[in-house]
Design a protein around this ligand. Structure first.
Ligand code: DON
Length: 563
């Protein structure tokens, strides 16, 4: 499945991977099933479901619910996400359980009288929250493809919430980083703090309210979350603190099953997430732009490869800002954006002697000119594959725990474009397509993706990272398919990121050796001042002999398991 001709090129890369610190827990191989997730206990719970005869969807639901307990930075009941499933019989579909804007908000809600964006209202506390989609999402997925009851799959998560678990170094670090935001909310302090400081590594985190919420959900299904005690806890908090989510918003929440986006790259079929995520569209657009180039012989990490990647990223992110939004509210020219001829047209603007001039969004065919997330992947023994990315947006979301219900609310409203051209917390801009409207889903970058070869999955992957998600997935795909890297190196390899605006290239340590940086400078590239981590990919590769290799990104404390 993988080009081996440039094998020698990734040898230095393997050394870099070693320096990035892949641990024994972060790579696993097996011939039957594999699970990779950002938190080890949740991955283990998913693997146990597979070992007990559950399928990949059962394992995904169990992992999801466990992450809601053990990985509160991003795992959630109070957020949303996307799940891509591809069964061994060829059936493929996606579940969109993205949060929705409450009915009471509109394009003016987050603007001050002088027209500026009130960022605190958009990002912190109850006003930042969209109507949660995750509980409904898990039920929809399970109803369609699961083989085990929700009560059984939720049981390990309920136990972990009730009995507690020891806080890891990673959770302790994230709690310490978010301390000021979390400390503002008494309901959050009550769970994640001991006295006036956040829990530290090795201390026990017990979440009895969350256990009870999970229990009500496991017993009552949709109404066990979107009505009754949990719904009441949410709406009471909204009334007390000035938020907008109502009982009607909760009762009206619906999951949407959408056909996956399909594209091709060097003889592989790519399945990914359609709008309201921009992930699949931008990924396919960039792969289309890159396909004619022989990236393998340019070599990984060379100035020409990075130049071409950047040129592709700039165009896809410019189109993202212009065209992408919730397709149920705004017409999105998806077919045009992922059309190979449109890519041919855009590619004519690429230059090889220097970075192309200031660019704006293109005009794809069919378009009318007018005006802390987490990912896990599962593969089972039958070859069913699940890629799921879920989020409450920022690390610990809106920072506020629903009192009496024990879970954090998302701050997903910031993924809308609150005002055209004004960047959100990831520096992403947008316009009308992603303007706030009642009941609308905010644009996402989440990119759960499955790559197929000859009708069989060869890669199952995704990542958190805000606007950097799409470029993270792109580079892991290119590392494997073009550069022939084994998955551990492909995931660990340092990455770059360009999102059109700002006009600077982001980079991780070791992504740009001095010669390459100098060559790119001569081509006119400008760089972010300091390196920053780009994405945290959780991926599984399936070799031609069926061997599953699961890799948890060394940039986070996840775990890969396989048998
Ligand atoms: O849906 C999105 O694109 C964002 N809410 C994702 C946020 C994210 O990845 C933050 N985690 N690092």
């Amino acid at each position: 499945m993988i080009a081996r001709r440039t094998a020698w090129l990734w040898v230095p890369l393997l050394l870099a991977a070693g320096r990035l610190g892949l641990t024994n827990d972060q790579v696993a191989t097996g011939r039957e099933g594999a699970v990779v997730a950002a938190e080890p206990m949740a991955a283990r719970i998913g693997l146990d479901v597979l070992l007990a005869g559950g399928n990949a969807v059962d394992a995904a639901v169990a992992t999801f619910l466990a992450l809601a307990v053990t990985h509160p930075q991003a795992g959630n009941l109070g957020g949303g996400g996307f799940l891509l499933v591809r069964l061994a019989d060829g059936t493929a579909t996606t579940f969109d359980f993205r949060e929705k804007a409450p009915a009471a908000v509109d394009a003016g809600t987050y603007l001050r009288a002088d027209g500026t964006v009130d960022e605190a209202l958009l990002r912190q506390g109850v006003t930042a929250a969209g109507v949660p989609g995750s509980p409904a999402g898990m039920l929809a997925v399970l109803e369609r493809f699961g083989t085990r009851p929700i009560a059984e799959l939720a049981a390990p998560a309920i136990r972990l919430a009730r009995e507690g678990f020891l806080v890891s170094r990673f959770l302790a670090e994230d709690l310490a980083d978010a301390q000021a935001d979390l400390a503002r909310h008494p309901s959050t302090r009550a769970i994640f703090f001991r006295g006036d400081r956040p829990l530290q590594a090795g201390e026990r985190l017990v979440q009895p309210d969350l256990a009870a919420t999970l229990q009500r959900f496991a017993q009552g299904g949709f109404d066990g979350f979107y009505a009754g005690d949990t719904a009441r806890a949410i709406t009471q908090q909204m009334q007390r603190d000035g938020g907008w989510i109502t009982a009607e918003d909760l009762a009206a929440y619906r999951v949407v099953e959408r056909a996956p986006l399909r594209g091709s790259y060097r003889g592989h079929e790519i399945l990914s997430m359609p709008p309201p995520s921009s992930g699949g569209v931008a990924l396919l657009q960039m792969l289309n732009l890159l396909e004619p180039y022989d990236l393998a012989s340019l070599g990984w990490g060379g100035s020409r490869s990075i130049h071409l990647l950047t040129e592709a990223m700039r165009r896809a992110y410019a189109d993202r800002a212009r065209w992408l939004g919730d397709p149920d509210h705004h017409e999105v020219p998806v077919a045009g954006l992922i059309d190979k001829e449109y890519a041919d047209r855009l590619r004519r603007g690429f230059r090889t002697d220097r970075i192309s001039d200031v660019i704006g969004p293109g005009l794809p065919p069919g378009a009318k000119e007018s005006d802390d997330t987490t990912h896990f992947s599962v593969v089972d023994a039958a070859g069913n594959a699940v890629a799921c990315t879920t989020t409450i947006n920022a690390t610990f979301g809106a920072g506020v725990v629903v009192e009496g219900a024990g879970f954090l609310l998302n701050n997903e409203m910031d993924d809308f474009s609150a005002k055209p051209g004004v960047p959100n917390q990831y520096g992403l801009i947008g316009g009308r397509a992603n303007a706030i409207a009642p009941g609308k889903r905010m644009l996402s970058s989440m990119t759960p993706t499955i790559v197929l070869r000859d009708g069989k999955p060869v890669l199952v992957l995704g990542s958190p990272g805000g606007g950097r998600i799409i470029n993270t997935v792109l580079q892991v795909v290119v590392n494997v398919l073009d550069h022939g890297m084994p998955l551990p190196a492909a995931v660990a390899a340092p990455r770059v990121h360009h999102q059109w605006k700002p006009e600077t290239l982001d980079w991780e340590p070791q992504a740009l050796v001095p010669d390459v940086r100098e060559a790119l400078t001569l081509l006119g590239h400008r760089f972010a001042e300091k390196p920053r981590p780009i994405g945290r990919c959780q991926a599984i590769a399936i070799g031609p002999d069926g061997l599953r290799t699961a890799v948890a990104d060394p940039r986070s404390g996840g775990a890969a398991l396989a048998y």
